[in-house]
Design a protein around this ligand. Structure first.
Ligand code: URA
Length: 269
């Protein structure tokens, strides 16, 4: 039987009761958004992670070479928590450290963890644990601005679920006038036939005839560009300033990143 190293929400009940516009609201939402692990035992994890199978896992456990959170264990049947530290013969198989980073994505860099031809945001992170990270929401290759990286899938999931209504704010520049008709249609929500969904309301604050601040509450593929294209308007520049309470620091240059404590959005660890 194939066991997945997966997590799934144990409840799909909406978090719309939480005000995710404030850091306190977001924290509350995160606290209430519980994820259930599909159970992975210590022995299964060792077998899979080392690639040496169950027999090897049993052997290292039997020899007392396995430590769970710095305590030697011989019973591999217990569940391994996401941030439990697990070592075999002193080698770390799973680290117990949750990581959270804000990165200023430059244009031309892919929002991906790996790619055979293009540089990705992970390539910009000079930390030994960079490859453990995943993205809490992507940007197009040409889009600049805030991307959040983490190894905590509960956290990233809570930021990305449309039902959680986490606002994402962008600076948009266009090749044509942003009409009142477009602004009104964005506010009402638009139907995307490809995904068969209607977008949640998007809030536009005009800055000039051809630029605005735009807030959306989900992140469909090319969402903003597609919204404008409905009105024959092309987005010429797109830059993300914030995701919920996490704001791109003004002094964070393109290509640079900052490790944060997610409970203190403005922090720098
Ligand atoms: N919408 C887009 O069209 N592109 C992005 O990168 C983000 C949102």
């Amino acid at each position: 039987m194939r066991r997945e190293f997966l997590e799934v929400p144990n409840s799909f009940s909406s978090l719309e009761g939480f005000n995710c516009h404030t850091s306190q609201g977001l924290r509350l939402a995160q606290t209430h958004f519980r994820m259930a692990h599909i159970c992975v035992t210590v022995a299964q994890f060792i077998a899979k992670k080392t690639g040496l199978g169950k027999r090897h896992a049993k052997a290292v456990l039997g020899r007392g070479e396995v430590c769970l959170n710095q305590t030697a264990i011989t019973d591999g049947s217990q569940e391994l928590g996401k941030f439990d530290q697990l070592t075999v013969s002193g080698e770390i198989l799973q680290s117990h450290v949750p990581r959270y980073l804000l990165i200023h994505k430059p244009a031309g860099i892919l929002s991906a963890t790996s790619d055979p031809t293009h540089r990705t945001v992970i390539d910009l992170i000079r930390e030994p644990w960079a490859r453990d990270l995943h993205l809490a929401g992507r940007l197009d290759r040409s889009t600049t601005g805030l991307v959040i990286l983490t190894n905590d899938s509960v956290f990233s999931e809570s930021l990305m679920r449309p039902g959680n209504r986490i606002p994402k704010t962008y600076h948009v520049e266009t090749d044509d006038i942003i009409t009142a008709e477009a602004i009104e249609a964005f506010r009402k929500g638009m139907f995307f036939a490809k995904e068969k969904i209607s977008t949640q309301e998007a809030i536009v604050i005009p800055l000039s005839e051809t630029s605005c601040r735009l807030t959306i509450y989900e992140g469909k593929h090319h969402q903003i560009k597609r919204m404008f294209l409905r009105f024959g308007i092309r987005v010429t520049k797109l830059h993300r300033d914030s995701i919920g309470p996490y704001v791109l620091p003004e002094d964070l240059a393109p290509g640079h990143y900052r490790i944060i404590d997610p409970h203190i959005p403005e922090s720098c660890v």
